[in-house]
Design a protein around this ligand. Structure first.
Ligand SMILES: [Zn+2]
Length: 323
């Protein structure tokens, strides 16, 4: 039913009935609804823009906390990086120097990390700079720690080799000077030969003593020769590895066989007067790369500094060797 409205007519001085059509009323209503929706939308936009929902507020708080934690992580990675750098420095400048090994090539330590752009996905994110720098640091540290641990494995092998080397290189006297009857009678170098009476090169050190005095292996090694000849008499040669050999001559007897492994201090035979010799003694040679070197430099293990000095300065008997 159409709503009846009246309008005052100034000319007739009466109220005229105005009938509003349905179309006009509908238009009227639509305008009102439209205006309400528009206002509602404006209010909603303002609310969404400036007022957070409780969920949004929580997320924002969490986000801020994560960001703070990321910053702390970043700083901790910097500190760890310093620790690793110190380890690398010690490795290159101490451990590897001790073991006479080259430092690790810096290009290996600083080598790149695979992938053309492993951080592409992070570039899209907020705070991408912080995320990328943290991830880069973590990747670098992981790689540095891996290389360092590999290096320590190598050093462990070097330590074992060094221990083996130190046990192998001749380092003690072949006879014990604690027995007062045993003494150094001739040194290394040019001596008057006791038989030929000419100056000849004496390639070892002679120790005089009673026949049967024990002769010891001066380092760990393998017996490569046990034999008798007219010059050295009964003699033994030990290969110690690391380019060292030792030679023990004029023995009265030996207790080892060719191919036998011996330890430093193990008895290999007994002092004698076999071969070309003018008196019971042990002729002892140290060979490095098959060249005779002065054995006096290889007695450092069982002598005190005083004893060593006395031995070095002891005067050869009559300036001649015993063989
Ligand atoms: Zn000699």
């Amino acid at each position: 039913m159409a709503k009846i409205r009246y309008q005052f007519n100034k000319e007739t001085l009466s109220y005229d009935k105005i009938e509003i059509s349905f179309r006009k009323k509908a238009l009227n209503w639509l305008t009102r609804i439209g205006t309400s929706i528009l206002w509602g939308a404006v209010i909603a936009v303002i609310a969404f823009t400036y007022i957070d929902s409780p969920k949004e507020a929580t997320l924002k708080e969490e986000n801020a906390q994560l960001l703070a934690e990321y910053n702390i992580l970043n700083k901790e990675l910097d500190e760890l990086s310093e620790v690793i750098t110190a380890l690398e420095h010690r490795d290159d400048n101490m451990y590897r120097v001790i073991f006479e090994s080259d430092p690790i090539d810096p290009s290996i330590r600083q080598g790149g990390i695979g992938g053309s752009d492993r951080y592409a996905i992070l570039r899209e994110m907020n705070n991408s700079e912080l995320l990328i720098s943290t991830n880069e640091k973590l990747d670098r540290l992981t790689k540095a720690a891996y290389i360092q641990s590999k290096s320590f494995d190598e050093i462990e092998v070097m330590v074992k080799n060094k221990i083996d080397m130190l046990a192998s290189i001749p380092a003690i006297l072949p006879v014990s000077l604690k027995d007062k009857k045993v003494h150094k009678s001739s040194g290394f170098g040019y001596r008057i030969h006791p038989i030929y009476k000419t100056r000849k090169f004496h390639a070892g050190v002679d120790f005089s003593g009673p026949i049967g005095t024990p002769i010891y292996a001066t380092g760990n090694g393998k017996v490569i020769k046990v034999g008798t000849d007219s010059g050295y008499g009964k003699h033994v040669i030990i290969d110690h590895g690391y380019s060292y050999k030792t030679h023990y001559a004029h023995m009265s007897a030996y207790t080892v066989k060719r191919g036998q492994k011996v330890k430093r201090g193990e008895i290999i035979g007994f002092l004698g007067n076999s071969g070309r010799s003018t008196g019971p003694h042990c002729h002892y040679e140290v060979l490095k790369n098959d060249i005779a070197v002065n054995p006096i430099n290889y007695f450092f293990n069982d002598l005190t500094p005083d004893e060593y000095e006395k031995l070095v300065n002891s005067v050869d008997e009559a300036g001649q060797s015993l063989d």
